[in-house]
Design a protein around this ligand. Sequence first.
Ligand SMILES: Cc1ncc(COP(=O)(O)O)c(C=O)c1O
Length: 458
Amino acid sequence: MAPHDSVLELIGRTPMVKARRLDAGVCELYLKLENANPGGSIKDRIGLWMIEAAEARGDIRPGATLVEGTAGNTGLGLALVAQQKGYKLILVIPDKMSREKIFNLKAMGAEVVLTRSDVGHDHPEFYQNLAAKIAADTPGAYFINQFGNPDNPAAHEASTGPEIVEQMASVGGFDAIVFGCGSTGTMTGLSRSLARLAPEVELVLADPVGSVLAQYVNEGVLSDKSGSYMVEGIGGDHLFSIADFSRVKKAYAIPDAESFHTARELLAKEGVLGGSSTGTLLAAALKYCREQTVPKKVVVLVPDTGNKYLSKMYNDYWMLDNGFLERPQYGDLRDLILRPYSQRDTVVVAPTDQLTIAYQRMKLYDVSQLPVMEGEQLAGIIDESDVLLHVYGDEARFRDPVSVAMVSKLEKLDVKSPIEALLPVFDRGQVAIVMDGERFLGLITRIDLLNYLRRRVS
Ligand SMILES: Cc1ncc(COP(=O)(O)O)c(C=O)c1O
């Protein structure tokens, strides 16, 4: 393979790989790895296409300012292309978005304008409206507007669709393709190119439960009642101007839990690290495959990488906290211990470890205290204040052993104590140390109790 001149040449021409271990019934399932794009998602394609189409029309001049409202993959794709081509990029982002996404965009050179996330789409501060206004007020600026920009579906019509047809031709063609809808650019573009190149291929929409699009496809009814869901990048509560559903006859609505578990299954069985929507698409694809009575070849998109979701759906604690994973319930305080010591899940230090180790471990795991374990025995607890009070005034004491700063006179709670027994412990500013006789079971903090109560509500 000859070297490339620019990272932009790595956009598109993504690999297709056959699933080997997933249960696809009588069908063969193929994964189109859009997570292999340099910005990590299918949106790199439209980032490149929407900018180059505007250049070709003379809508943007060298050094121009581009403006878009998005915190998602489109922002990353645009940031990559704008950076390589020397454009300034302003992204308007709702303020509920994760800090990681904002750091990522800024590190790629984009200017980030935060706006309110608690306003509806007719409010001037809604992120897309604010982006349009900034573009209108900035001389020579160009508003990308992926939701209404025909260059968005055109990117998929010209690249994604023909690529898939060519790849699948080498295994004798294909019968169905499963995708999701965010801006609907992927669907509209794929639909147009397949109408020309492979009109017999069935188009199957995967949609999160809570979005109105699956019902629109299956029943022709556009509901005004949408719900919330945690899968990112797909689904919606209305139709965009670039949407063309005319050739889509089948849709599956997939709940969050199934999406997350299916994405994890993809990584476990096929070694592919996809994002949350990949789980939705794959779950729909597997349902479709298992419903078939004659063998078919089915393509499913892997729209983005799972890197951004490592601390969410790939994190067992996040899954437990959000009720997507179950642990056996005991009817006692064990049910509130998020990281049981018996499962080697509790982060601990030894009395002989230096205080720097304790400090680093608290930071790494984002906890404020650590049990100090001497073998299997709980020797004490050390928290941030213990470390601070010990080292303040003489930072060399960071090298002292944990044993000199820890609290060793411990108030412990028996595992059979009622939940109410936690409240006075928290009131004293402590964490609960849960014991079964002499055996240390784990810690319970205020947030653990809050999570437990919230889980009970839902
Ligand atoms: C994360 C993510 N973003 C975007 C899309 C599709 O986007 P669009 O409809 O905007 O082309 C998908 C589709 O599956 C997706 O999973």
